[in-house]
Design a protein around this ligand. Structure first.
Ligand code: AGP
Length: 631
C-alpha cells in the first residue's frame, strides 16, 4: 500500500506534491521520491520518511508545474533510493509512480532485457516504465501506456509523465485506488483523497480497468482499450482522519476488513486453480546445495506471530512427517536449545524487528539451521538476516493489535507447507514412494486458499453489522463488556486460536482472558467455571479428524453442566454444540488448518467491539508498542 500524488496546473508542482505525500505517509513510509517535467524529467528520491525527501529538496530544487510523487511501502526490492519511486525508462523520458503488485514482472523484465533494456532497481514497477518505452512512438503517450498495461498481470494504481508530452498526466487503475482532484485550472491525482483536501473536495474516482489523461484544462476518462467513459464529479465529505482510516473509526477495524485483500495480495501469482505448484522464490530457486534435506523444523516467534506459528507447526508436522516445534523466541534463545542436523528455522514476525525473534533467528543460524522468514515489512532486520522467506504483502499494519498479519501468516504457512512438500518429496522421498501431500489433497488446499478471501468477506458480513450495530458479535460485546474474566477453549488447530482470541481481548479491552486447550480444562481450570465466566469455544467440524469435534462437544457439555455461559464458534449448519451455547457464531466450512483464519475474525471483532464499548482506543492500547524492539 503506497502513496501516489500527481499535479498539473499553474503552481510549482513540488510543494503540492510534498504536501500530498505527507498526508499519505500512513500508507507507506520506507522511501519516497518526486519527479517534475521541466526541460526533461528531474527526480529526487530519499530513503526513510518524507522528512528525508523534504530535506534533500532544500538543496536540490525541482521546478515545473507538472509532477508526480510517491511514498513507498516496499513489496519487491528492499527500501533504498534506487528502489524508491518514481521509476523511469532507459532514456529517462518516462517516469511512473505505482501502487500495487505486478505478478508477471519477472518474465516481462527478462523479455525487455533481451531487447536491450537496462534496469536499475529490483522493483516490479520499473518494468512498467520500460514497457511504456517499448510501445511509445513519440506521440499519444496514453496509447503507449494502454499497450503496456495490457501486458501486466496483477494490480496497479499508477500515474505517468513523459518529456515529449510534458503537459499531461496519464493515470490508470486496476486493483489499487486512484482519484482525480478537480479544481479551477489545475488537477490533482492521488491514491486516496487525503492528499487532495487542501486544494479541492471535488473528485472523480476511477474504477478498475479505467484510465484518464489529465491536462491543466481538463481530463478525459476512458477504458484501457480507449473507449470514453463518462464519470461523475463527487464531493468528499470525510475529514482527513476518516480518509486515512478508509471511513472506519479505527485502523484496527479497517485492517480486520482488509484481510480478504491482504490474503489475495499474498496468494497473488503463487498458486493457480487446478495446479498443485507453489511459486515461491524462496523455494523455486531451491535451497543451497548444503541443504540436502530437512529433518526438523523450528518455528520462532512472539505473541500473535507465535500463535500463527503454532498453527503452522501442527500443519507441517502432520503433512511433512518431520518433527516441527513452535517456540516462543524469548524462551528458545536462552534455554541452550539443540538443533539436529538438517534443521530448518522459520522466524515469523509482522514487523521483522522484534528483538526476541531476531535473537532466536540469529541463534538458530549459529546452530546450523537453514533460516527462513515469514515477514510483513520488506527489508526489515529479520527479513534481511534469514536465508530466504516469504513476504506477507499485507500492507502497513497500524493498529497495535495484529489482525491482518495473523491471517496472512497462517496462509503463508499453508503455502510454505505445500512448497516444502514438493521439495522434500524430491530430496528425501518417503519410504513407500508416495507424496507427502497427494495431488488431490494439494488441489483441495489450493482451492480452499483461493476461496478463503470471499469466505472471510462472508464472515465479516454476517457477524458484524457496521451500520446497524446489531450483528451477533456486537450483541455479545454489549452483554459481556463489563465482565472481568473470559475463557477461550480450542483443540488442535484451534488451540492457538483460543490463545489468539484471548490475547486480542486482553491487549485492547484490558479484561483478563485465558486461552486454553479444551482438553486441559479437566486438569484444573474447570474450577473457574460459573455463570460469571463467559467461555468462548472454537469448535468447527474437522472433516480430517471427526473425533475432535466429539471431544470438544463433551468439553462444552462439561462447561455447561457447571453453569458456564458458552459462546460457540462453529461451522455453518452446526446442530450439536450450538444447542449448548448461549451465543452461536457461524463460520463457513474449510480445511481444518484454514479454519483458524475464519474463526479468528469474529474474535478480533469481539475484542475490538468490547474495547470500544469500554471507552478504550483499540489502535493505541496502554503499555503496548507495535513492535517490541527491546527484550
Ligand atoms: C499482537 O496483537 C501483539 N501486537 C504482539 O503480540 C505481536 O504479535 C508480537 O509483539 C510480535 O510482533 P511481530 O509479529 O512484529 O514480531
Amino acid at each position: 500500500m503506497c502513496g501516489i500524488v500527481g499535479y498539473i496546473g499553474s503552481r510549482e508542482a513540488t510543494p503540492v506534491l510534498l504536501d500530498g505525500l505527507k498526508r499519505l505517509e500512513y500508507r507507506g513510509y520506507d522511501s519516497a521520491g518526486i519527479a517534475t517535467v521541466s526541460d526533461g524529467i528531474n527526480i529526487i528520491k530519499a530513503v526513510g520518511r518524507i522528512a528525508a525527501l523534504e530535506k534533500k529538496l532544500l538543496d536540490n530544487s525541482l521546478f515545473g508545474t507538472v509532477g508526480i510523487a510517491h511514498t513507498r511501502w516496499a513489496t519487491h526490492g528492499e527500501p533504498s533510493e534506487v528502489n524508491a519511486h518514481p521509476h523511469t525508462d532507459s532514456e529517462g523520458n518516462i517516469a511512473i509512480a505505482h501502487n500495487g503488485i505486478i505478478e508477471n514482472y519477472r518474465s516481462l523484465k527478462q523479455l525487455l532485457q533481451k531487447e536491450g533494456h537496462t534496469f536499475r532497481s529490483a522493483t516490479d514497477t520499473e518494468v512498467i516504465a520500460h514497457l511504456i518505452e517499448r510501445y511509445y512512438e513519440g506521440r499519444d503517450f496514453e496509447i503507449a501506456v494502454q499497450k503496456a498495461l495490457a501486458q501486466l498481470e496483477g494490480t496497479y494504481g499508477l500515474v505517468a509523465i513523459c518529456t515529449k508530452e510534458p503537459k499531461k498526466l496519464v493515470v490508470a487503475r486496476n486493483g489499487s485506488p486512484i482519484v482525480i482532484g478537480v479544481a479551477q485550472g489545475e488537477f490533482f491525482v492521488a491514491s486516496d483523497a487525503a492528499a487532495l483536501l487542501p486544494y479541492t473536495r471535488n473528485v472523480v474516482y476511477l474504477e478498475d480497468g479505467e484510465m484518464a489523461v489529465v491536462t491543466k484544462d481538463g481530463y478525459r476518462t476512458m477504458t484501457l482499450d480507449n473507449k470514453d467513459v463518462k464519470k461523475e464529479v463527487e464531493k468528499i465529505t470525510w475529514d482527513l482522519e476518516m480518509i486515512e482510516k478508509g471511513g472506519f473509526p479505527h485502523f484496527m477495524l479497517k485492517e480486520i476488513y482488509e484481510q480478504p485483500q491482504s490474503i489475495r495480495n499474498l496468494l497473488g501469482g503463487k498458486i493457480k486453480k487446478n495446479e498443485t505448484d507453489v511459486r515461491m522464490r524462496c523455494l523455486q530457486n531451491g535451497f543451497p546445495e548444503h541443504v540436502s534435506r530437512i529433518d526438523a523444523i523450528k518455528i520462532l516467534a512472539c505473541g500473535t506471530s507465535w500463535h500463527a506459528g503454532l498453527v503452522g507447526a501442527f500443519l507441517m508436522e502432520k503433512l511433512l512427517k518431520v518433527p516441527v516445534t513452535c517456540e516462543q523466541a524469548s524462551e528458545f534463545r536462552y534455554r541452550q536449545p539443540v538443533m539436529v542436523p538438517n534443521s530448518l528455522a522459520v522466524s515469523v514476525s509482522q514487523s521483522g524487528e522484534t528483538a526476541d525473534t531476531k535473537g532466536a533467528a540469529q541463534l538458530a543460524k549459529k546452530l546450523g539451521a537453514y533460516s527462513m522468514g515469514i515477514v510483513n515489512v520488506v527489508g526489515s532486520t529479520i527479513a534481511r538476516m534469514v536465508d530466504g522467506g516469504v513476504y506477507l504483502h499485507a500492507g502497513p499494519e497500524i493498529g497495535v493489535a495484529s489482525t491482518k498479519a495473523f491471517s496472512s501468516q497462517v496462509v503463508a504457512f499453508s503455502l510454505l507447507n505445500l512448497g516444502l512438500s514438493h521439495f522434500m518429496d524430491q530430496r528425501q522421498p518417503l519410504a513407500d514412494g508416495t507424496k507427502r501431500i497427494p495431488d488431490k489433497d494439494a488441489l483441495k488446499i489450493v482451492h480452499e486458499l483461493l476461496s478463503l478471501p470471499e469466505k472471510i468477506e462472508r464472515v465479516l458480513q454476517t457477524v458484524y453489522h457496521k451500520d446497524t450495530g446489531d450483528g451477533i458479535v456486537q450483541q455479545i460485546a454489549r452483554e459481556y463488556k463489563n465482565t472481568n474474566n473470559f475463557l477461550y477453549l480450542g483443540r488442535g488447530y484451534n488451540y492457538p486460536i483460543a490463545l489468539e482470541g484471548a490475547l486480542k481481548l486482553k491487549e485492547i479491552s484490558y479484561i483478563h482472558a485465558e486461552g486454553y486447550s479444551a482438553a486441559e480444562m479437566k486438569h484444573g481450570p474447570i474450577a473457574l467455571i460459573d455463570r460469571n465466566m463467559p467461555v468462548v469455544i472454537i469448535a468447527p467440524h474437522d472433516s480430517e479428524e471427526p473425533e475432535s469435534y466429539k471431544k470438544i462437544a463433551s468439553n462444552a457439555e462439561e462447561v455447561r453442566a457447571r453453569g458456564g455461559r458458552i459462546i460457540a464458534v462453529v461451522n455453518e449448519g452446526d446442530d450439536e454444540i450450538s444447542k449448548m451455547a448461549e451465543w452461536v457464531i457461524e463460520v463457513p466450512n474449510t480445511l481444518a488448518h484454514l479454519v483458524p483464519v475464519l474463526a479468528t475474525v469474529p474474535l478480533q471483532l469481539l475484542a475490538y467491539e468490547i474495547a470500544v464499548l469500554r471507552g478504550h482506543d483499540p489502535d493505541k492500547p496502554r503499555n503496548l508498542a507495535k513492535s517490541v524492539t527491546v527484550e
